[in-house]
Design a protein around this ligand. Structure first.
Ligand SMILES: [Fe+2]
Ligand SMILES: [Fe+2]
Length: 186
């Protein structure tokens, strides 16, 4: 089976993005002190590593090899939003990023002519992504006493604006490849 060049690029982009997520959360899991957050973060990074594996397997089943793409997206994110300076900011930027991932995969699953194997891979990944959103939301709620609810809200707002900026820039840059998926906005 010969797949469309744009789909090949998008699935490779997802794979690269999941690897970046796994490495980012893996570093965090290694540096955190023993806590519920350490435990959840460890499960989280293992999930993201599996997601990279699912996309790698999916590409293989479609008869293509993953494209080697720069891990620019996550880096742009940090550049636009500013490096998080504490655990609350790390969780806030993660929540914003995870929401973006979920909306992108939802949109992709609903777009026309999605091969079954791609739809199935998205469905499998989405089960984990729902949990990612949930544990981070709960952890942020628990942090309100320490960091202040308004401060957390403002931080989420700041990262949401940065997210929109980076996403729109990326969508514009890869307009032809993304096609219908470029309509993804939050
Ligand atoms: Fe993921
Ligand atoms: Fe995730």
């Amino acid at each position: 089976m010969k797949i469309d060049e744009n789909l090949h690029w998008i699935l490779s982009f997802y794979r690269t993005s999941e690897i970046s997520g796994a490495l980012f959360f893996g570093e965090l899991a290694r540096s955190l002190r023993p806590s519920a957050i350490q435990q959840d973060m460890t499960r989280h990074f293992a999930d993201e590593a599996n997601h990279a594996r699912y996309w790698t397997d999916c590409l293989d089943k479609l008869g293509v090899q993953p494209l080697k793409l720069p891990a620019a997206y996550q880096n742009q994110y940090l550049a636009a939003a500013g490096m998080p300076t504490n655990l609350m900011e790390i969780l806030a930027i993660t929540q914003v990023f995870e929401k973006r991932v979920v909306s992108q995969y939802t949109l992709h699953a609903k777009s026309p002519n999605v091969p079954d194997i791609v739809g199935d891979t998205i469905k499998t990944i989405m089960k984990d992504e729902q949990w990612h959103l949930r544990w981070i939301r709960d952890a942020l709620k628990d942090m309100e006493a320490e960091y202040g609810a308004d401060n957390i809200k403002d931080t989420l707002k700041r990262f949401t604006l940065a997210d929109r900026e980076v996403y729109e820039k990326t969508a514009l840059e890869h307009q032809e490849r993304i096609g219908d998926l470029r309509l993804a906005t939050k």
